[in-house]
Write a protein that binds this ligand. Structure first.
Ligand code: LLP
Length: 427
């Protein structure tokens, strides 16, 4: 459920008409809803609070899904930790007020400098993804006279049945340590002076719409934790990753509710003395954001019609990259007798792939009309680029009847500020 809805024929974010914001900040812009973020966080955390076993849980918002400081701060205020994949994301999490001891650091390519930074910050744990990374982390920690708290991210070889570009838990994916190597690598970790084993970690993919892959992976991980504890390893934290899908298309069967997901996770680990960690991104932020754009032209082509927006694939790349579907709503509500069109909804970028939707049926649109591309709160702004020398768009956050720009639209000066002309070209 989200808080973007028509009131008196005008699309609102909570109590604010999106057209008011468009009038003041221009288009395109991302708009996030505080009430939706808070609601999703609450529903996700309550899924565990209500389960029969009182397994302690830490929810680490996956900052890669939306790293806007206002979004992360909203969640920090609710008690969220952070799942980060770079020094930059650690800095964002810390600046947003997330305590270091609620930060887990994932990612296959952590560099020594990033490791040192995370150690100095005092993060909760490193989710180590390979044997060379374990050795490198040990070296960094030893050189600083410290011990790095780690879990190994194990790859359970489970098919998450999601888009091939966002599946991570199959043996052929680059993520995690091969299941068969897990015991050997834990044994090695236990020998290393700069390493302290504190957990186990798994993440099988994103936008997962069935519970089965989770059930399979959780059962395998629970078994592994039992074995590791029996061998004397201090596995106190079990990080089950993120991945629960969200509804992108209204009218489609919704993905499993967090409550069902929470139940299978709690059940799988009910007999184990561990704290469960989760790294949700999309389920928290996805439906808490929209991208508002204006129609520049409607072009009636030979083969089909095109609605050309002022937002492009550089602003929201999900349809181009993952063939993702995003619902779209005009800011002014259509009436039952508004005629419809079927058109390709495209951006201005010079790429054939700059398409938000093909043959989409929408209420008739004309130049100057505005529409909201829904479910753009996760992996939207964070994946934006300045391709075609298009400045990054503004981001806005609504809170009831209040709203604020939470990231300024990039200026042309800022776009060019870090370019340098070398001396041999007269610079
Ligand atoms: N933890 C780890 C280790 C991850 O790799 C990810 C996402 C998450 C947590 C959060 O997963 P979520 O709860 O958001 O599904 N850009 C793609 C999604 C990439 C997901 C990458 N990893 C998209 O727009 O669909």
């Amino acid at each position: 459920m989200h808080h973007f809805a028509y009131k008196n024929g005008v699309l609102h974010a909570e109590d604010v008409p999106l057209s008011d914001i468009a009038g003041q900040v221009g288009t395109p812009f991302y708009c996030y809803s505080t009430a939706t973020l808070e609601r999703h966080y609450r529903v996700f955390s309550e899924a565990f609070a209500r389960s029969s076993t009182a397994t302690p849980v830490l929810i680490c918002f996956s900052v890669k899904s939306n790293s806007n400081l206002a979004v992360v701060s909203t969640l920090a205020n609710m008690g969220a930790g952070a799942d980060v994949v770079s020094e930059g994301e650690i800095r964002i999490a810390r600046k947003a007020g997330i305590p270091a001891d609620k930060i887990v650091f994932s990612g296959v390519g952590k560099k020594p400098g990033e490791m040192a930074y995370a150690l100095d910050e005092g993060i909760l744990m490193f989710n180590v993804e390979s044997e060379p990374e374990l050795e490198a982390l040990n070296d960094v920690a030893v050189s600083k006279n410290m011990r790095a708290p780690i879990s190994l991210r194990v790859n359970p070889d489970v098919d998450a049945n999601t888009h091939v570009k966002i599946t991570t838990g199959k043996a052929e994916n680059k993520f995690g340590i091969a299941w068969e190597r897990a015991h050997a690598v834990y044994a090695r970790a236990a020998e290393l002076p700069g390493i302290e084993i504190v957990g186990v970690d798994v993440h099988i993919g994103s936008q997962i719409t069935s519970l089965e892959p989770f059930r399979t992976a959780f059962a395998k991980v629970a078994e592994l934790v039992r074995e590791l504890q029996a061998q004397g390893h201090a596995v106190a934290n079990v990080d089950l990753g993120g991945g629960l899908g969200i509804p992108y298309m209204q009218g489609n069967e919704p993905p499993p509710h967090p409550e069902e997901y929470g139940r299978i996770a709690s059940d799988a680990f009910a007999d184990l003395d561990v704290r469960l960690l989760f790294e949700p991104g999309r389920i928290i932020a996805g439906n808490a954001g929209v991208l508002v754009s204006e129609v520049i032209y409607v072009k009636n082509g030979e083969a089909k019609d095109f609605v050309i927006l002022d937002a492009g694939m550089n602003d929201l790349i999900r349809p181009t990259l993952y063939d993702a579907w995003h619902d779209m709503l005009p800011l002014v509500e259509a009436t039952p007798d508004t005629p419809h069109l079927s058109a390709d909804i495209v951006g201005p970028v010079c790429e054939s792939g700059d398409i938000f939707a093909s043959n989409r049926d929408l209420p008739l649109l004309a130049a100057g009309d505005r529409l909201a591309i829904l479910s753009a709160g996760a992996y939207g702004a964070v994946q934006a680029s300045t391709y075609n020398a298009r400045p990054l768009v503004a981001e806005v956050m609504v809170n009831g009847a209040d709203w604020a720009v939470v990231r300024e639209r990039q200026t042309y000066d800022a776009l060019l500020a870090d370019n340098r002309i070398p001396a041999w070209l007269g610079g």
